[in-house]
Design a protein around this ligand. Structure first.
Ligand code: ZN
Ligand code: ZN
Ligand code: ZN
Length: 163
């Protein structure tokens, strides 16, 4: 686990003291977003202090507080309760926010979107898949993965070599 924090946020001095990044902790919500959202140093596209790469524009909803956070560490920092993952029986409800355009996706749509927003086409971080079980209740069956089908690169390679 790396902590990338530091100087880059401080440079750029646009002069204005109106914070370009903010820290929002319970009970305050971030009114720049159309959904309830909290986090640490959240930028206007829902990047946060922990994940602030170009593609880190997704925020995820937690069932414990029905609030969106850019990441689970933001949830930890902004609340005093344990995170509750989005439950499978609510996978038909919006629980993923594109910080770029404000599109809300169900987990199903998010898993199937091919790492790009269905609303605006912005690329999402494909590495988020590795942390999916921190945000969404897993299937329970390790053989079945709710995911995008045959498009992913490694799978394609295997298909080509079918003997
Ligand atoms: Zn919560
Ligand atoms: Zn965060
Ligand atoms: Zn979008």
């Amino acid at each position: 686990m790396t902590d990338p924090g530091t100087d880059e946020e401080r440079t750029g001095g646009q002069g204005s003291d109106e914070e370009r990044v903010r820290t929002t902790i319970e009970p305050t919500l971030d009114e720049r977003f159309a959904v309830p959202l909290r986090g640490i140093d959240v930028d206007p596209e829902a990047r946060c202090a922990h994940w602030h790469g170009e593609v880190d524009v997704v925020a995820l909803r937690f069932a414990c507080c029905e609030t969106y956070y850019p990441c689970v560490r933001c949830h930890e920092a902004a609340t005093d309760h344990e995170p509750v993952r989005w439950p499978r029986d609510r996978f038909g409800e919006p629980a993923v926010l594109c910080g770029s355009c404000g599109e809300r996706m169900t987990p199903i749509a998010y898993f199937e979107c091919g790492n790009a927003c269905p609303g605006c086409g912005t690329a999402f971080n494909p590495g988020c898949r590795a942390h999916r079980d921190r945000y969404f209740e897993p299937d329970g069956n390790p053989d079945v993965e709710l995911d995008g089908g045959p498009e992913s690169g490694d799978q394609r390679r295997q298909d080509a070599r079918d003997p």
